[in-house]
Write a protein that binds this ligand. Structure first.
Ligand code: GLU
Length: 293
């Protein structure tokens, strides 16, 4: 059994931008401040969205910013057997059904209405959904406070395997975080709604659950969320110190002493890290997020 650990789990859909560096740095500092391991897992299941070489670019940028992980790099694409055996178990529990509803029929609905619940025999060209029930999932988020979600009402039957055979994000993340005994997940607030279904899956599968902190979203100086979709510029590894200092200021650190090398700055930040004082609203970078003005 491994000791307590945090993780950073980027999808290789583009280079690291300041918003993803912010998340990586938070989980790194949090793990190191508690003397825990910190792992990197590449979430590369969504092959149509993967970008060639993005994984190497992300890893290079993490190293250039001094964010050195423990152990070897883990990849979800190497866990297909793990997910398949979980699907067998969920099927044995009578929780799966097959759905051919088109996106068009579901447009405008906030959750799936359970139309295909009776289709329990495997069907070609169908997505596999899991039957949710009236379980309430309650958890304490270190940034967002107490969260309470009624699964069937608030989430609905979600997809665990897509029509194209790709395992769903909820399933893969719950299984990996649980099986790999991750004890702390720090990620962006845009993923907050995904946590209850993941906790529920871990519960059904008898896996231990991590604690969570969903960080505020980082916006540029126009208030636009930094993300691959909004074409946030990649972080420049040659500006590592500047980028780290920007993230630390966004966490609410006082201005770090000048003339520190990357490792020294990280050490300084580890000793001052306090999860409880993370900002609770969105944070904005004041200048061009690609580098110093
Ligand atoms: N792979 C996801 C992303 O890059 C993050 C998954 C997670 O932290 O749970 O957005």
């Amino acid at each position: 059994m491994r000791g307590p650990a945090g993780r950073f789990a980027p999808s290789p859909t583009g280079p690291l931008h300041l918003g993803s560096l912010y998340t990586a740095l938070a989980s790194f500092l949090d793990a190191r401040s508690r003397g825990e391991n910190w792992y990197v897992r590449i979430d590369d299941l969504d092959t149509p969205r993967n970008v060639d070489g993005a994984d190497d670019e992300i890893l290079f940028a993490l190293e250039a910013h001094g964010l050195v992980w423990d152990g070897s790099i883990d990849r979800q694409s190497e866990h297909l057997e793990r997910y398949t055996s979980v699907m067998t178990e969920l099927n044995r529990l009578g929780l799966l059904y097959y759905c051919r509803c088109s996106r068009r029929t579901l447009a405008g609905l906030s959750r799936y209405p359970g139309t295909c619940r009776a289709c329990i025999e495997p069907l070609k060209d169908s997505a596999t959904r899991i039957v949710t029930d009236g379980t309430t999932i309650t958890f304490e988020d270190a940034c967002c406070g107490t969260q309470s979600v009624l699964l069937d009402r608030d989430v609905g039957d979600f997809i665990v395997q897509r029509r194209d055979g790709i395992f769903g994000y909820q399933l893969a993340t719950a299984v990996d975080d649980g099986e790999d005994a991750i004890t702390s997940v720090i990620r962006g607030r845009d993923l907050l709604d995904n946590t209850s279904p993941q906790l529920w899956l871990m519960k059904i599968l008898g896996l231990g659950a991590p604690d969570y902190a969903h960080l505020p979203v980082v916006c540029d100086h126009h208030g636009t969320k930094l993300s691959k979709q909004t074409h946030a510029p990649p972080v420049q590894s040659g500006q590592a110190l500047h980028n780290l200092r920007t993230c630390l200021m966004l966490f609410g650190f006082s201005r770090p002493p000048p003339a520190m090398a990357v490792e020294e700055l990280l050490q300084w930040a580890v000793s001052g890290w306090d999860r409880a004082s993370l900002p609770d609203g969105d944070v904005a970078v004041q200048s061009d997020p690609a580098g110093p003005a």
